[in-house]
Design a protein around this ligand. Structure first.
Ligand SMILES: [Zn+2]
Length: 250
């Protein structure tokens, strides 16, 4: 079986009434990965899986629109009706201390590590969850940030996280079947921390991706504009990561 990606939300930098911030459920057979835990994504996640059945969480970077629902997941895991072992959590360097600072009002990590089994990412980090192989590469977002490539059964999906165009992302996405790429910026600016839609098209073309899904479209762009502008630079199929939608590889 291939990979299935469900969009829990993709709004930035704050959720709208019908679109939480960034979060995705990636599934391969019985393996379930929560990829980015942006504001408001824990609710819709449970339309598709119980927290008990989640195999791991992967966080691209520590901006709140990609990580804030780790805080509420912590309360679910430790103080409610959820009975399970710690959830493996992969995230940028500093994630354990950041969660401890917020959740324990101090440096003690112990309750946080009762909920999450934390692994801090580095450029080139690889791990296997079920039969899903995950490769993380550092990307350019002004703070420690990662993109990820998930592979199983000969198919792959690559997620940019938040990043300016960068060689590591193109390498990571080389010949990928699906590129889920952010397209936050309406215009090029000096200190780019994001892709414009044209950049997303260029990244998909450079990487020879099989299809492009634009996501994390900023407040100054419509999804239709983002798709049209990305399509001007990439010849393959382009879609928008509409909240609630599911994309499957062959
Ligand atoms: Zn973001």
């Amino acid at each position: 079986m291939g990979l299935s990606l469900t969009v829990l939300g993709c709004a930035t930098p704050y959720p709208s009434t019908d679109n939480p911030c960034s979060g995705y459920l990636l599934e391969h057979n019985d393996t379930r990965l929560w990829m980015d835990a942006g504001t408001g994504t824990l609710g819709p996640l449970q339309r598709h899986t119980r927290l008990e059945d989640l195999d791991a969480i992967w966080i691209s970077h520590l901006h709140a629109d990609h990580s804030a629902d780790l805080l509420t997941a912590y309360y679910a895991l430790l103080f409610a009706d959820i009975e399970r072992d710690r959830i493996p959590l992969f995230g940028p360097p500093g994630i354990a201390d950041r969660l401890a600072g917020f959740l324990t009002n101090g440096p003690q990590r112990s309750p946080v590590e009762d909920a999450f089994e934390i692994t801090e990412l580095h450029d080139g980090h690889e791990t296997t969850i079920g039969q899903l192989r995950l490769i993380s590469r550092a990307v350019h977002h002004g703070i420690p940030a990662f993109g990820v490539r998930a592979e199983a059964d000969g198919v792959s999906l690559t997620y940019s996280g938040d990043t300016a165009p960068c060689p590591n992302l193109v390498e990571l996405a080389r010949d990928t079947d699906v590129l889920l790429c952010e397209a936050e910026s309406a215009e090029k600016t000096q200190d780019m921390a994001h892709h414009t839609p044209e950049d997303a098209g260029d990244t998909a073309t450079s990487a020879n991706a099989g299809r492009l899904i634009v996501t994390h479209v900023g407040r100054f762009l419509s999804p239709q504009q983002a798709v049209a502008r990305a399509s001007s630079r990439y010849r393959g199929p382009v879609d928008y990561a509409a909240p609630g939608s599911t994309f499957s590889t062959p």
